[in-house]
Design a protein around this ligand. Structure first.
Ligand code: AMP
Ligand code: TRP
Length: 347
């Protein structure tokens, strides 16, 4: 894949990011994405955040569960500090520009590019003949999510880096093919101590809402008691914490817990190691559990409160969709014009 020098961008800064409502939100989503979405909002840049329900159905979703998970994720965003008056918060299927541009990008992206996507290979596994066509096309829709808003910066966890490179390639190819400077070449924003939160059961695997073991992850809906238990039972090694970060090199589970602590406390991993040098896990784990409960419990409580009024959540998503549509529709109108589609329907 091409890795061009950054193009000077005449585009005003705008943040876009998305999360799939394909299950509950995890601590990985919170630290890798959500917490940073809030920081970006608070920096005063225009922020557009989307629950990507169309992406979720690339693998089977029970309709009632999808509806519930979408509302719950919206509640999680708001509970974590996304203010629907300052950020645009909506679910993808309510703004049809995404799938329209997604199709156009399916005609820009090349089979070879898509075949190299490691997330597709991981998700399809040995079953690649039997997964949905949508799962293969997934990154083209993701590029459309971003570029329908001409977003310039996309905060995500480490696992999305390759998809964002593809988004850059699609923008560049579109601009070249049509001889325009229409789409920005987006910058991934992968920052902080916890860009890849690992499973609590296996420090070499990503913490994921689709892991069969609930012990492997902390869910934003977990009780204080569950959070504490999961952290106390997290897999570790018998050594105490080292004096320097270097000492964590071949200790993925220990490294993960230190990173989680740092991200939750708003510190660097170096500071955490300085404070806990030589500590046993018998000391460190309870400290981490207390910190996690202190940070996550208010979010969980607020999520539960918001979920008592699903109609209000739907109203917020609908209002967000109207605002999102107002940004994306003029972009799509221009795209149709650029690519030579007749648009003569009376309005
Ligand atoms: P997903 O749940 O796959 O839709 O991911 C939504 C966002 O959360 C993306 O920006 C991911 O990169 C991020 N994310 C998901 N899991 C993790 C994890 N274990 N560590 C860090 N970020 C994550
Ligand atoms: N693919 C992302 C994930 O699984 C979710 C996503 C869809 C997204 N569209 C996006 C993230 C646009 C950032 C921008 O995590």
């Amino acid at each position: 894949m091409t890795d061009p020098a950054p193009v000077p961008q005449p585009f005003p800064p705008r943040i876009f990011s998305g999360i799939q409502p394909s299950g509950g939100l995890t601590l990985g989503n919170y630290l890798g994405a959500l917490k940073r979405f809030v920081e970006k909002q608070d920096e005063g840049i225009q922020t557009v955040y989307c629950l990507v329900d169309m992406h979720a159905i690339t693998v089977w979703q029970d309709p009632a569960k999808l509806r519930h998970a979408t509302r719950e994720a919206a509640a999680g965003f708001i509970a974590a500090g996304i203010d629907p008056a300052r950020s645009i918060l909506f679910n993808q299927s309510q703004v049809t520009a995404h799938v329209e541009l997604g199709w156009i990008f399916s005609c820009i992206a090349r089979m070879g590019w898509m075949s190299r996507m490691t997330q597709f290979k991981d998700k399809a596994g040995k079953n690649s003949e039997n997964v949905s066509l949508g799962l293969f096309a997934y990154p083209a829709l993701m590029a459309a999510d971003i570029l329908a808003y001409k977003a310039t910066h996309v905060p995500v966890g480490e696992d999305q880096k390759q998809h964002l490179e593809l988004c850059r390639d699609i923008a560049i190819k579109f601009n070249n093919d049509y001889g325009v400077n229409f789409f920005p070449v987006v910058e991934p924003v992968i920052e902080g101590a916890a860009t890849r939160v690992m499973s609590l059961r296996d420090g070499t695997k990503k913490m994921s809402k689709s892991d069969p073991s609930d012990q492997s992850r902390i869910n934003l809906t977990d009780s204080a008691d569950d959070i504490s238990k999961k952290i106390r039972k997290a897999k570790t090694d018998p050594e105490p914490l080292p004096e320097t970060l270097d000492g964590l090199k071949d200790r993925p589970e220990a490294r993960n817990l230190v990173n989680i602590y740092a991200a939750l406390a708003g510190q660097t991993p170096e500071q955490v190691i300085a404070d806990f040098a030589g500590a046993q896990f018998g000391t460190f784990k309870p400290a981490l559990a207390d910190l996690a409960v202190a940070k996550l419990e208010p979010i969980t409580t607020e999520m539960v409160r918001l979920m008592q009024d699903p109609a209000e959540i739907d109203r917020i998503l609908g209002a967000g969709a109207v605002r999102a549509d107002a940004l994306a529709r003029p972009v799509l109108d221009q795209v149709y014009d650029i690519i030579g589609m007749i648009r003569s329907r009376p309005r």
